[in-house]
Design a protein around this ligand. Structure first.
Ligand code: NAP
Ligand code: ZN
Length: 350
């Protein structure tokens, strides 16, 4: 076992504290990564504060991991010591079910092993459940490690490991590109990366934000239009406008009103994951043959494709780098939508 320093939360209403965790010994297929940066995703907050239920404490969140390879197992073929690498939301899956064979490990029928808070055999993680990236080191099987291309800084790349692929995957699946009108609801960590990627794919991008306070940034990221959803007129003006709407909002929304903004055969994709059920009127989707869909992160191959795409197009996250003792305050600011646009922990401060 290798000890690693980490920041953990012992209870939903507690504060993060420095702890020592153990990482497993390197197996033949394993890669030991010195973590340099870890992004703070709103899912970390939902989990740390037990908003989805079932959180096991102490919890070490973090699934937007960027770092350097420190050692490799005897059978590792893809990576060498010193390589720039990332780890996202998953660290393993069954590898033999339909979705895994189709490179969609996030939909593994047995349930993918998520980077933190998933029960595992103690030989995988000595604590009996996975521990994430708010930590100095992590051991991950090479198939769940991706390469971070030269040209993207590790700090601005870290958030792409979750936020980037979570937007890239549905944009690709629903063919966002030239001639497609795409709206992104919520311009936070996920949303702002989505604006950049959708624009780089050639789509006409509209941001639907609760106010106009980030309008200039939205246009700079590539949006052609920017509307405040606090203004009821927005919903009248934009009725029937979009081919694809991606909802990244972490709180409950009156989703029926947003569905009405879809054009004929348009699709609204749920990405934000608040805990409460939502309600829609059957007439809203039956009329205009609209679809309501959902999407969960992206597979490992697609994560690599997304990183290569972002490097090619000069896309990184907009970040605010913090030290590890600032995580609690950063969580409060994310919940208050007071972040431009992703907090990233400088792991050297752990
Ligand atoms: P975030 O940085 O907090 O961004 C969420 C954005 O939603 C905010 O910036 C804000 O945008 C908007 N918002 C927040 N509270 C709102 C409210 N009460 N009413 C209206 N709008 C509000 O969070 P994130 O990290 O992007 O994550 C967003 C959600 O996606 C979370 O629920 C997270 O768990 C989920 N997620 C899902 C996946 C997946 O695979 N499906 C992956 C990662 C995260 P404006 O200020 O522009 O309105
Ligand atoms: Zn995430």
């Amino acid at each position: 076992m290798t000890p690693a320093a980490a920041y953990a939360l012992a209870a939903p209403d507690g504060a993060f504290e420095k702890v020592t965790i153990e990482r497993r010994d390197l197996g033949p297929q394993d890669v030991l990564i010195d973590i340099k940066y870890a992004g703070i995703c709103h899912s970390d907050i939902h989990t740390a504060r037990d908003e989805w239920g079932g959180t096991k404490y102490p919890v070490v969140p973090g699934h937007e991991i960027a770092g350097l390879v420190a050692a490799v197992g005897s059978a590792v073929s893809k990576y060498q010591v010193g390589d720039r690498v990332g780890v996202g939301c998953m660290v393993n899956s069954c590898g033999v079910c339909g979705p895994c064979l189709a490179d969609e490990e996030q939909y593994c029928t047995k349930g993918a092993t998520m980077t933190y808070n998933t029960p595992v055999d103690p030989s995988v993680q000595p604590d009996g459940y996975t521990m994430g990236g708010y930590s100095t080191q992590i051991v991950v099987t090479e198939d769940f490690v991706v390469g971070i291309p030269e040209g993207i800084g590790l700090d601005v790349a870290a958030p792409l490991l979750c936020a980037g692929v979570t937007l890239f995957s549905p944009l690709r699946h629903w063919n966002a590109g030239p001639g497609k009108k795409v709206a992104i609801i919520g311009m936070g960590g996920l949303g702002h990366v989505g604006v950049k990627i959708a624009a780089a794919l050639g789509a006409e991008v509209t941001v639907l934000s609760h106010s106009l306070s980030k309008q200039e940034d939205g246009k700079m990221f590539g949006a052609s239009h920017y509307y405040a959803t606090s203004d009821k007129q927005t919903f009248r003006d934009l009725r029937g406008s979009f081919d694809l709407i991606l909802n990244t909002v972490s709180a409950d929304l009156p989703i029926d009103s947003y569905l009405r903004l879809l054009n004929l055969d348009g699709t609204l994709v749920i990405l934000g994951l608040p805990e409460q059920p939502m309600s829609i009127k059957p007439f809203t989707i039956a009329g205009y043959r609209r679809s309501l869909a959902g999407s969960m992160i992206g597979g490992i191959a697609q994560t690599q494709e997304m990183l290569n795409f972002c490097a090619e197009h000069g896309i990184g996250a907009e970040i605010e780098v913090i030290s590890a003792d600032e995580i609690d305050g950063a969580y409060d600011r994310v919940v208050a939508s007071d972040v431009r646009y992703r907090f990233v922990i400088d792991v050297s401060t752990i």
